[in-house]
Design a protein around this ligand. Structure first.
Ligand code: FE2
Length: 222
């Protein structure tokens, strides 16, 4: 089994808000984590089971309920991290700046969490997932870089970027985060948290041409 084929990576479109959920893991160890497992826990577990994979926890891009479950105004988003760890156990990997908010919104316990710094790595078999802290949409937003794929949550969309006008949003931080992402290798493939663009994925090179928010920081690219 070569290194590339060891990677298990699935993009799943789910829920009424055009969310993308990702399953990332190792085909060698048959373990995977689910990124932002809101809306339908059983459907996501079925995807993993059909592929012979065991779900061992979750990765959280940020604490908004359409990504992690919980109350969104009067509406309760089904599924999410609390239901997932209730069903399969494991840990929820969250940036340290987002952890208290995640507990408040979803009701998970401190013992369910692994609080991360930016730059941390989560490993499953030979698959290393690098955590990049990208504040701006929320203070503890993080992206996940695994080989040449970037899972970008609500920080960077195809031809767009996340809102900065919600509580905890910060335009200056978003600009710094986008600058960081614009420095990634051109062939890295962006995998956003919502299906808002003309395509489901695009390379950083393509986004530097068509995404107005990345274009704005392009001149600073080394
Ligand atoms: Fe969000």
């Amino acid at each position: 089994m070569n290194e590339q084929s060891d990677l298990y990576f699935v993009q799943a479109s789910i829920g009424p808000m055009q969310n993308f959920v990702y399953l990332i893991g190792s085909r060698r160890t048959h373990e995977c984590l689910i990124v932002d497992p809101a809306w339908d826990t059983d459907a996501l577990l079925e995807v993993a089971a059909k592929d012979g994979m065991k779900v061992v926890g979750a990765l959280v891009t940020h604490y908004h309920p359409d990504h992690v479950g919980g109350a969104m105004g009067a509406f309760k988003v089904p599924g999410g991290v609390a239901e997932l760890v209730g069903k399969v156990g494991g840990h929820i990997h969250v940036n340290k700046h987002e952890a208290d908010g995640l507990i408040k919104i979803t009701g998970v316990s401190e013992s369910d969490l692994v609080r991360h710094e930016g730059g941390d790595t989560v490993e499953l078999g030979d698959v290393a997932i690098q955590l990049i802290h990208t504040p701006g949409h929320t203070p503890g937003s993080q992206c996940f870089l695994v080989r040449n794929r970037l899972v970008s949550g609500d920080t960077l969309f195809i031809d767009g970027c996340g809102r900065v006008d919600l509580p905890g949003g910060d335009p200056a931080e978003m600009q710094r985060s986008l600058r960081k992402l614009a420095q990634l290798p051109s062939d890295v493939v962006l995998h956003p948290g919502h299906d808002y663009g003309p395509t489901a994925t695009a390379t950083i090179a393509e986004q530097l041409r068509t995404n107005p928010y990345l274009k704005a920081v392009r001149s600073e690219r080394s």
